[in-house]
Design a protein around this ligand. Structure first.
Ligand SMILES: [Mg+2]
Length: 258
């Protein structure tokens, strides 16, 4: 086992070569005993699929902007390209209606990392995406992650006419579910997500979190956490794999934990 460093928010960082879990993240024997395969919830956008780069290309074409993904310091897109939240939601829904939305690139390493650990974990998708795009979302997951996820939960946030998501300060609206609620329903012990507010919310509810900041390039993933002892940061899927292996080590040839 190696060590974990700390960035200036105090969040545990997975070391490049070795890894030890933050003290609050370990799985207890009784937890393992209850769940033959612990459930891990995985977000879609920016964790499995590169949504922002494709949205950025669409926006530049449609609205004659010259944005790059590094301009997205916030996932509240009105704060990136201006205008109101209502207008931003309309633009994102315009993007949903283009072929590019179904052609999002998968994040490298996600498939291999998850597929290799299906015997030790039950993987489910927990996304804030709207039920309106449930079918294209399921099609995309089937195309790129066939046979990996055993269930898919939709939070139905960012719905047209309903304002900003619950975790950004609005009250809960009918049909919307928070990540923590969905993770609780799924029986998840861990959420992998690129939004600090979501992993924080799950950590406060007693779960663990992996904050996914791919190659440290996600401007919106830098917010400080209130529950850093139950959350660790990963910069790619190899690092996520190391966290999963530290939580539930693989079995050796004789069937005991390595
Ligand atoms: Mg996401």
């Amino acid at each position: 086992m190696g060590s974990i460093g700390c960035d200036n928010t105090g969040v545990g960082i997975v070391d490049e070569t070795a890894f030890a879990l933050p003290p609050g993240m370990g799985v207890t024997r009784s937890e393992l005993g209850r769940a033959r395969r612990p459930t891990v919830a995985v977000d879609v956008d920016e964790v499995l699929a590169f949504f922002v780069p494709a949205l950025c290309r669409f926006h530049n074409q449609q609205y004659r902007t010259r944005l790059t993904p590094s301009d997205f310091h916030s996932y509240r897109f009105s704060q990136v390209w201006g205008g109101t939240d209502v207008e931003a939601v309309e633009r994102v829904h315009e993007f949903f209606r283009t072929p590019a939305f179904e052609e999002l690139q998968p994040v490298p390493g996600a498939n291999e990392t998850l597929r290799a650990r299906r015997d030790r974990f039950r993987f489910v998708v927990v996304t804030s995406r709207q039920t309106l795009i449930e079918q294209p979302t399921r099609r995309w997951l089937s195309r790129h992650f066939d046979g990996i996820f055993e269930d898919v939960y939709f939070g139905n946030q960012w719905v047209r006419g309903q304002g900003v998501p619950t975790m950004m300060g609005s009250s809960a609206a009918v049909g919307r579910r928070s990540k923590a609620d969905m993770c609780h329903e799924a029986g998840a012990m861990l959420l992998v997500d690129d939004m600090p507010a979501y992993v924080d919310e799950c950590a406060r509810a007693g779960m663990r979190g992996i904050l996914f900041d791919y190659q440290q390039g996600y401007g919106w993933s830098k917010a400080p956490l209130t529950m850093p002892h139950r959350v660790t940061v990963a910069h790619d899927w190899t690092q996520v794999g190391r966290v999963l292996d530290a939580l539930v080590p693989p079995l050796d040839d004789e069937g005991t934990r390595c």
